[in-house]
Design a protein around this ligand. Structure first.
Ligand SMILES: *[C@@H]1O[C@H](CO)[C@@H](O)[C@H](O)[C@H]1NC(C)=O
Ligand SMILES: *[C@@H]1O[C@H](CO)[C@@H](O)[C@H](O)[C@H]1NC(C)=O
Ligand SMILES: *[C@@H]1O[C@H](CO)[C@@H](O)[C@H](O)[C@H]1NC(C)=O
Ligand SMILES: *[C@@H]1O[C@H](CO)[C@@H](O)[C@H](O)[C@H]1NC(C)=O
Ligand SMILES: *[C@@H]1O[C@H](CO)[C@@H](O)[C@H](O)[C@H]1NC(C)=O
Ligand SMILES: *[C@@H]1O[C@H](CO)[C@@H](O)[C@H](O)[C@H]1NC(C)=O
Length: 417
């Protein structure tokens, strides 16, 4: 049971503030899934996977240097049903219910859904995973009303900042919105770029509605740094925890600013690649990832407080996305056919706890989108082997259409409420 006080403040479209108490209860009844299990049977595929993984690890935090050209808990709140019944609804507490009116789009008809997330196009045959809707305990998430949202976004700028999970949400939002646009060629990437994993900036313009949906890749949000002089040999790069990413000036002057970070804060992408933490001029060799994450989040919070005009910009921070790896080494990916009934602790994440603490303590309005609990049920919704690299099963990323669509439906419920 978690209790917390949430504060919510909507500036762009009216003003409201609310306090709500949240109690998480994960006893929800959902049909148990049947598991499909990938065990790495052949020696060859083990080697292929091994070398791919080590390549990924080796890139780690130095990754950012390789491609220099260019990654809430609001206060968690409920969606208003009528008036002050606000206070009793926490939209992040609930369960998935079957809904045959989903999915909301066809990824094969959306040029901005990358192939790696389009599970159906990559051979996934079971379709139950497409048919679930998040139902908060005491209220409803309003259905994505594409025409109303296209109109609300006229003249606006929406900016996503973070890792590949942010990119997925960015793609999902574009695909959701494109279902309401008649002339598909009026929607284009501003530099004509294709979506790739390393690209630092992508911006899609909806020209007939005069708005853009942008993505900035900043996997840690804070700035990577070079090795300080007299550092031990094992230090190959650093993360400057007290400096926000050097592209952060591009995030200012937006109307909606949605952040995430978390997936890259792991030893394999940090210490094991020679990336260590730095605060000011001093190297912090023994600092734990959790402590570093907290410092980085506070750097982010101060940046928002001093740089962002929250009278114009509505700020969101999405919490950690649950993954569903299993086995002793967390390398086995079982994608089920239906959501789980028991989340086995996955509804909690120490990253999410830190994010919520920091966001709820800010001096300006910001909203935490606490998606960790809802994702924790969805072992059925990961890309598994239906990605563009089927030899490397993936129990972190999500299929599109899928779970990130619900993040966007919740995001826009704030906008329309
Ligand atoms: C708000 O709704 C509650 C019932 O949920 C009702 O008792 C109350 O009178 C309403 N308040 C206003 C101001 O309409
Ligand atoms: C999605 O669109 C593609 C291409 O138009 C089509 O072949 C496919 O049947 C559609 N899928 C679904 C689930 O409607
Ligand atoms: C498009 O939006 C921008 C920014 O809000 C505004 O300055 C401009 O006048 C708009 N253009 C049109 C044609 O509406
Ligand atoms: C669709 O949009 C493109 C790009 O804005 C434009 O060139 C074209 O004329 C439009 N087509 C129609 C039928 O409006
Ligand atoms: C934001 O709005 C408040 C209240 O209207 C005002 O006092 C404050 O100066 C504004 N801040 C900025 C940065 O415009
Ligand atoms: C809350 O923010 C204040 C500064 O605004 C800081 O001094 C304090 O330590 C923060 N508390 C927590 C729990 O992060």
């Amino acid at each position: 049971m978690i209790e917390m006080v949430a504060r919510f403040n909507l500036t762009s479209f009216g003003y409201l503030r609310l306090f709500t108490t949240r109690v998480l209860n994960f006893g929800n009844q959902i049909i148990e899934g049947h598991f499909k299990i990938w065990v790495f049977q052949s020696f060859n595929s083990l080697i292929a996977i091994g070398s791919l993984l080590s390549l990924l690890f080796a890139l780690g935090c130095a990754y950012l240097f390789v491609f220099p050209s260019f990654r809430p808990v609001t206060n968690s709140v409920g969606i208003p049903k009528s008036n002050s019944s606000f206070g009793v609804c926490n939209v992040f507490e609930g369960r998935w219910i079957r809904d045959d009116s989903y999915p909301l789009y066809n990824a094969s008809q959306c040029p901005f859904a990358e192939r790696g997330f389009n599970c159906l196009a990559n051979g996934r045959k079971d379709r139950n995973y497409l048919k679930w809707r998040w139902k908060p305990k005491n209220c409803e998430v309003p259905r994505f009303n594409v025409h109303a949202i296209l109109e609300k976004l006229r003249g606006k700028r929406v900016v996503f900042v973070g890792d590949s999970m942010s990119r997925t949400q960015w793609e999902s939002l574009i695909c959701l919105l494109m279902t309401g646009v008649e002339n598909k060629s009026s929607v284009y990437e501003v530099n004509g770029n294709k979506i790739t994993k390393q690209i630092r900036f992508l911006g899609v313009r909806f020209s007939s509605f005069n708005f853009t949906i942008e993505f900035y890749r900043s996997v840690y949000l804070v700035q990577p740094g070079l090795v300080p002089r007299r550092a031990p040999k094992r230090v190959k790069s650093t993360l400057k925890l007290n400096k926000l990413d050097d592209i952060s000036h591009k995030w200012i002057d937006s109307d909606f600013l949605i952040f995430n970070t978390g997936q890259w804060w792991v030893p394999g992408k940090l210490f094991e690649t020679g990336c260590y933490f730095q605060v000011g001029g001093s190297l912090k060799l023994g600092m734990s990832i959790k402590t570093a994450f907290r410092i980085a989040l506070n750097t982010w919070a101060s940046w928002v407080e001093t740089t962002i005009n929250t009278n114009r910009t509505r700020v969101f921070f999405r919490t950690f996305e649950s993954s569903h790896w299993s086995g002793r080494m967390h390398r086995i990916c079982k994608v089920s056919r239906n959501p789980l009934t028991k989340t086995k602790g996955r509804e909690r994440s120490s990253f999410s706890d830190i994010i919520m603490k920091v966001v709820n303590n800010m001096t300006v309005p910001a909203t935490a989108l606490h998606v960790t609990p809802m994702g924790s049920f969805r072992s059925d919704a990961h890309v598994g082997t239906w990605s563009d690299t089927p030899l490397v099963p993936d129990c972190s990323h999500w299929c599109l259409p899928g779970v990130p669509d619900m993040w966007n439906e919740i995001l826009f419920s704030y906008l329309l409420s």
